[in-house]
Design a protein around this ligand. Sequence first.
Ligand SMILES: Nc1ncnc2c1ncn2[C@@H]1O[C@H](COP(=O)(O)OP(=O)(O)O)[C@@H](O)[C@H]1O
Ligand SMILES: [Mg+2]
Length: 287
Amino acid sequence: MDAIRTQNLTKKYRLGWRLGKLKALEGLNLTVREGEVYGLLGPNGSGKSTTLKLLLGLIEPTEGEAWLFDVPCHKVESRLHVGFLPENPYFYRFLTGAETLEFYGKLCRLRGAALRRRIDELLELVGLTHARNRRLAGYSKGMLQRIGLAQALIHDPKLLLLDEPTAGVDPIGSRDIRDLILRLKRMGKTVLLSSHLLAQVQEVCDRIGVLHLGKMILEGNVQTLIRDQNRLAITVENLPEPAKATVESVVTQAGGRVVSIEHPQTTLEALFLEAVRKDPRGMHYHD
Ligand SMILES: Nc1ncnc2c1ncn2[C@@H]1O[C@H](COP(=O)(O)OP(=O)(O)O)[C@@H](O)[C@H]1O
Ligand SMILES: [Mg+2]
C-alpha cells in the first residue's frame, strides 16, 4: 500500500472579481511508499504548502484526487494516522514544553500515566528534556520546530507531513532536525517534507520531487540525481607537486581527459559545523 497517492491533483485559487484564478498546483501525480522519506522541493510560491494542505483535506482540489493509505483525503479517517507540522506553527508562548505536549495529548484523548509517559518519551526523542519546564517564549526557533515535531508525533502516526521543518533554523538546529527525521525513518515512519533549501534535503530524503510554478519538473532518487555518472573524482593527500603531471599523463594515456585538478570544496555549512563541534564549550549554544 502507498502512504500517499495523488492523481492529476490540481488547485486553482480564486483571486476575486476580475482577477481570475491562480493555478497553484497543476496535474500532480505523486506516489510516496510506506517507510520512505520524500522531499518536495521548490522555490517560494511553487505549490509545496498547497500540496500538503490538499493532502490534509484543509482545502479542496479543483481537479484530481488524493489518497492517504488508500483512503480519499476528503474523508476524516484519512487523517487518523497523520501528524502535521505547519509552516509557521503557532504555540502558546506561556506554556512550557511539557505543558504544550500535554495540551495536544489531551486533544488526542490521551490521559493520566499514558499521557505522562508519552510526553517524557517525546521530549527525550526531540532532545528537549532539559527544557521541559521552560516556557516556549524562551525557546529558540530550532527548539520550537522540535516541540512542533513532538506535537505532530503525539498520537504515534504512521505518516508525517512537515512543511519547511528547517526554515529559519540555524545550521546546528537544522542538523538536529535532519537527524531526527532519520530516526523517524528508522522507526518505520513515512515522511513527506517540503523545503526550498535543496542542499539540506539530500542527506535525509530517499526521493525528491521539484515543483516549479505548480508543476513537478524533476523527480527521482536522490543518490541517482546527484551522482554524475561520467565523472570520477579522486581525492589524494600529500601528493608532491611534480607528481601531478604524472597523474595527468597516466589519465591521458588511458584515453581519459583531466577536467580539473583542484582542492576539493567543502560546504560552508560543513565548515561551520566542524568548527562548532571542536569548540570546547560544546555544541548546544542555542539551547
Ligand atoms: N489562499 C490563497 N489564495 C490565493 N493564492 C494563494 C493562496 N495560497 C497560496 N496561494 C498562491 O499559490 C501559489 C503557491 O503557494 P504555496 O503552495 O504556498 O507555495 P510554497 O509553499 O511552495 O511556497 C503562490 O503563488 C501563492 O501566492
Ligand atoms: Mg510553503
